[in-house]
Design a protein around this ligand. Structure first.
Ligand SMILES: Nc1ncnc2c1ncn2[C@@H]1O[C@H](COP(=O)(O)OP(=O)(O)O)[C@@H](O)[C@H]1O
Ligand SMILES: [Mg+2]
Length: 287
């Protein structure tokens, strides 16, 4: 006999909200009648008994408290998967950093934004100290002349927290307003000390030659052939972390195939989203 506790119930509540049937969930842990489980999911455990005794033949995954793409993102340059050339270039940069503009190109979901954030951390910026830790992210669609001017201004001030390095990350740089581009073109040639500006884009060809010439370009790989080995490692890690079990290789194959588009481009973002969905909706009984 084992117990059903509040955490398990919470996992079931999430899985039900994603479409899992309570009768299936009940069958999974041998709980009968399923209506009783439904009641527990809806109303929680009775106050006096914080645990309900049931037999649990199948382990229930324990998922992180945040989306998989947040929980399992690279925390340092060394953690960036499937991009050995990018990783090596960034490690060399961290060893002798200087003010620079960089352009991270490549398909979606292969680590461009994560790598920019990991680089900022390695330069000593504090990501948690919003606004004062040295990192500023300009979201796509917000690249007006004003937002660029504001961001550039901040490069001239000392940061309140962190090492003093300042990193501006501009996502989806191809969407920038022409007026914003003009300002960047001017500024990138004369960046203040301890300043790095990183542009990311899925469509490098949409940027002007003049703009690209001012940046050091790092190309991120997207081909399944190149990313597959690390994709499998990531899945194995996530699966073990959530279920304490090894991922069946058939399941890993299916997830990698689903995360690959018709052109053979694999997205780690999609891979994590699919793994999260599978663990939430089917538990360890995938598929
Ligand atoms: N190269 C990678 N190594 C490790 N995790 C990755 C990698 N690429 C993507 N991910 C995962 O996917 C999520 C989204 O990646 P992101 O860096 O936003 O991709 P992009 O900017 O290329 O679209 C990350 O938070 C991380 O969980
Ligand atoms: Mg991105």
């Amino acid at each position: 006999m084992t117990t059903i506790d509040a955490t398990t119930l919470e996992t079931f509540r999430q899985r039900r909200s994603l479409g899992a049937r309570v009768s299936d969930l009940a069958a999974e842990i041998g709980f009968s009648p399923w209506q009783k489980l439904d009641k527990l999911i809806r109303h929680g455990l009775p106050a006096k008994s914080k645990q309900e005794t049931v037999s649990v033949p199948i382990p229930i995954p324990r998922l992180p408290a945040e989306a998989f793409t947040s929980a399992y993102k690279p925390r340092s340059v060394a953690d960036i998967l499937g991009q050995p050339q990018v990783r090596a270039a960034l490690q060399t940069f961290v060893a002798s950093p200087r003010s620079s503009a960089m352009l991270f190109t490549g398909p979606t979901g292969v680590g461009k934004t994560s790598a920019a954030l990991a680089l900022a951390v390695e330069l000593g910026c504090e990501l948690d100290a919003t606004g004062i830790g040295g990192v500023r992210v300009i979201a796509s669609g917000e690249q007006t002349a004003d937002s660029v001017r504001q961001a550039l201004n901040q490069l001239y001030y000392t940061t309140l927290r962190g090492s003093g390095w300042k990193v501006i990350i501009v996502n989806e740089a191809d969407r920038m307003h022409p007026a914003a581009e003009t300002i960047w073109l001017d500024a990138l040639e004369n960046l203040p000390s301890k300043s790095v500006v990183i542009f990311t884009t899925n469509y490098a060809e949409r940027l002007s030659d003049r703009f690209r010439d001012r940046c050091m370009t790092l190309e991120f790989e997207g081909a399944r052939n190149a990313l597959g080995v690390d994709a499998r490692r990531l899945l194995a890690f996530v699966w073990r972390d959530c279920t304490k079990q090894e991922i069946p290789s058939r399941v890993a194959d299916q997830i990698i195939t689903e995360a690959t588009d018709s052109k053979g481009v694999l997205s780690y973002r999609r891979l994590l989203q699919i793994a999260e969905r599978e663990l939430l909706t089917k538990g360890t009984q995938v598929p």
